[in-house]
Design a protein around this ligand. Structure first.
Ligand code: MN
Ligand code: MN
Length: 322
């Protein structure tokens, strides 16, 4: 949006010589809406996270509410427990339930016409792991405080690392925040969770997801053999069997460049498991394996989506409470 000040008082062309033009950079309404939807859904679904509740109930509730409030899921709702750092979402018919104690990370996002949000909180099921939660939560708050146009990405990482170490824990250095662009969840720049000598900066008008992870492990992650989240490789033109080609086309049409859950396609009365395997082998889709902490450490995560404005970060995923 462009503001001209003053607007109507010019009589002659000469006077335009002293006109001041202010370019004010605003987040788009769709981007704001995507953030508000995710914030509301997250605060509502975390209330349902309790020992004995099925994980799939949380995934489906989140995805249902995102649609109800006028968005679409930006990616499958991730519900990762304990040493699962990220990328667990329920497969079709999942029987997994929340344990009596542990750390549950609920990570979800909405999109409105491709404008994205990405936000996460951690629930400590019985109060045994409070320091993990506090460390990641405060690290996120402190990181957001230092955001302004021109801030170095490495400095944000340093703030996160310092705060998490204060609590006697480590950041998960192999996971990082990321720039967001319409239809692209991980776009361009990454935001490290540890201090780095990097010259790359956040610029005015850019959007990022900031996501510190705290752990008592070694801060690395490894992919497990299980993957329930996929995305389309749009450039792939390989010849496929009929069912696989059909599944590929449906996924491209429905999800475009955004990640999706195998479960979302299994709603149909056909078993897509074999088709997903052949799509993976053909390079037509890629898989996001469940990421486990390298030493089996417990992991907590908090995440917000921010817009870099002149006055600092505008957090689009702020919740009313908590
Ligand atoms: Mn996330
Ligand atoms: Mn993210």
């Amino acid at each position: 949006m462009r503001h001209l000040r003053p607007s109507s008082s010019f009589k002659t062309p000469l006077e335009t010589g002293c006109m001041t033009i202010h370019m004010t950079i605003h987040p788009t309404p769709d981007f704001i809406k995507a953030g508000a939807i995710a914030a509301r859904v997250l605060s509502e679904v975390v209330k349902e996270v309790r020992p004995g509740v099925k994980v799939i109930r949380i995934c489906q509730l989140a995805e249902h509410k995102i649609a109800e409030y006028g968005g679409k899921p930006a990616f499958p709702c991730n519900v990762s427990i304990d040493d699962e750092a990220a990328h667990y979402t329920s497969p079709h018919g999942d029987k997994k339930v929340f344990p009596d104690k542990g750390l549950v990370k609920v990570d979800l996002g909405a999109h409105v016409n491709g404008h994205l949000s990405d936000t996460a909180v951690t629930v400590d099921l019985d109060g045994s792991y409070e320091k993990f939660v506090i460390a990641a939560k405060i690290a996120l708050e402190k990181a957001i405080e230092v955001i302004e146009p021109g801030v170095k990405l490495g400095e944000i990482g340093a703030v996160i690392e310092r705060e998490i170490k204060k609590h006697g824990l480590r950041p998960v250095h192999q996971l990082s925040g990321h720039q967001l662009k319409p239809w692209t969840l991980h776009a361009g720049k990454t935001v490290p969770n540890v201090g780095m000598r990097r010259s790359e900066r956040m610029n005015l008008g850019e959007t990022f997801a900031i996501e510190p992870f705290s752990t008592d492990g070694n801060g690395t992650v490894k992919g497990s053999k299980d993957a329930y989240i996929f995305s389309n490789v749009m450039s792939s033109k390989k010849k496929l069997d009929r069912l696989s080609a059909q599944i590929r086309n449906i996924a491209r049409r429905r999800f475009r460049t955004l990640p999706w859950a195998g479960r979302w396609l299994n709603d149909k009365k056909i078993d897509v498991t074999a088709a997903l395997h052949s799509l993976l082998r053909a390079g037509a889709i890629r898989a996001y394996p469940v990421l486990l902490e390298g030493k089996g450490g417990m992991v907590a995560q908090f995440e917000h989506t921010v817009f870099v404005a002149e006055e600092g970060a505008i957090v689009t995923t702020l919740r009313n409470r908590q």
